[in-house]
Design a protein around this ligand. Structure first.
Ligand SMILES: [Zn+2]
Ligand SMILES: [Zn+2]
Length: 368
């Protein structure tokens, strides 16, 4: 099966995070057809392994593609649109998986490289706690000297043929913040008898807002106070997000939020119960690896674009916190539409570009 056929098959059979059962079966069957050794990983993922003909087989490169789809219905009108109701490959993960498949096929064809190549078809990028964490819990590369973990994402802000890179810090960590502020409710006119959770919440939000900077986002989008004109409620709940570009800062900001909460508790004589959900860590690209990839792309005739840091998150950060890693963007052009919308349809010409570049990159690292 060629890369385009592979992609169209995946596109018409999308599955949600942690439920990529048929997807994994399809990938496994296709890998078997090309005699590529593989095994299940992280529940619904597939880990392929190809050993080169020479060199130290413990030196390895890991190519990672996510394989999950989103809970939404498709509205692209293509013949090979989703056959699974209310599930759609609207983030381009079908493209990522197909490109990886194409690269593995080429590497398997002559195995004329040094070391070992892993192809990681990872489940559940779209849903916390994310498939990457499950992969790492199995520690599949513990006996290897990992030279690089490489991942990519389609991007309609870049043209087809264009590749986007950001050396160093690239994508933010993302944590969900939940607070319940408990006071003493009562008649809004009788202020001496109440402990005002609404005022405490307002002050708290303003204090959290002051933490925002170029390197950190703290936003509160959910505020619930079910009082009325003359009723102060017992409690107020807040929901928000916290994003940072470094793991150190992530820890520091978490501590600062805890301190602010203590001050607010003292100032208004209320109780604040925090129930944060820890999300994905920051994606930090290895500097040297990124510069080498940019040079390779440039000399290979690809258009190279410098990218700014992105406040969105990606569970690829789990790998980048442990191994030298590179996460880059693959242009699909504005005509493809925007990811996570019902009409998003990446230009298929990206498959050839993505495959060629990832193939060259893997070879250059392995044969170094
Ligand atoms: Zn997505
Ligand atoms: Zn995605």
């Amino acid at each position: 099966m060629d890369t385009v056929q592979f992609r169209r098959y995946l596109h018409s059979h999308p599955e949600l995070s942690f439920a990529e059962k048929a997807t994994a079966e399809f990938i496994s069957q296709q890998l078997s057809e090309y005699c590529i050794e593989h095994r299940p990983i992280a529940g619904t993922g597939v880990l392929a392994r190809i050993e080169g003909r020479k060199g130290n087989l413990k030196r390895c490169v890991v190519l990672r593609a996510d394989i999950d789809a989103l809970p939404m219905s498709e509205n692209t009108g293509v013949e090979w649109a989703s056959q699974n109701q209310d599930v759609m490959h609207a983030c381009g993960h079908d493209c990522h998986a197909s490109i990886l498949f194409g690269v593995l096929k080429r590497m398997q064809a002559d195995r004329n490289f040094e070391g070992t190549l892993f192809g990681l078809f990872q489940p559940a990028e779209e849903r916390a706690p994310g498939g990457a964490m499950l992969v790492m819990e199995e520690d599949p590369f513990k006996d290897y000297d990992v030279q690089a973990v490489i991942g990519e994402h389609v991007d309609s802000e870049l043209e087809v043929g264009e590749l986007g890179f950001c050396p160093g810090k690239f994508m933010a960590s993302a944590d969900e913040l939940y607070f319940t502020i408990k006071g003493v409710g009562g008649h809004a006119a009788m202020r001496s008898r109440i402990k005002d959770a609404v005022v405490a919440a307002a002050d708290f939000i303003m204090r959290l807002n002051m933490l925002n900077s170029d390197m950190c986002v703290v936003s509160v989008g959910g505020v619930k106070a079910e009082g009325s004109t003359n009723v102060i409620p017992e409690e107020v709940t807040l929901a928000g997000t916290m994003r940072t570009y470094s793991e150190n800062l992530r820890t520091r900001i978490k501590d600062m939020i805890a301190h602010i909460a203590e001050e607010i508790e003292y100032k208004y004589d209320v109780e604040i119960i925090a129930d944060p959900r820890h999300g994905y860590p920051c994606v930090e690209n290895d500097m040297q690896l990124t510069y080498e990839a940019m040079l390779l792309a440039d000399s290979g005739g690809f258009k190279v674009r410098d990218l700014d840091m992105r406040p969105t998150a990606e569970d690829f950060g789990v790998y980048s916190q442990r191994y030298p890693s590179l996460y880059y963007r693959l242009g699909v052009g504005a005509e493809s539409g925007r990811a996570h919308t019902s009409t998003f349809l990446p230009d298929e010409r990206c498959l050839e570009v993505g495959e060629e570049f990832m193939y060259q990159l893997a070879l250059s690292i392995l044969n170094k």
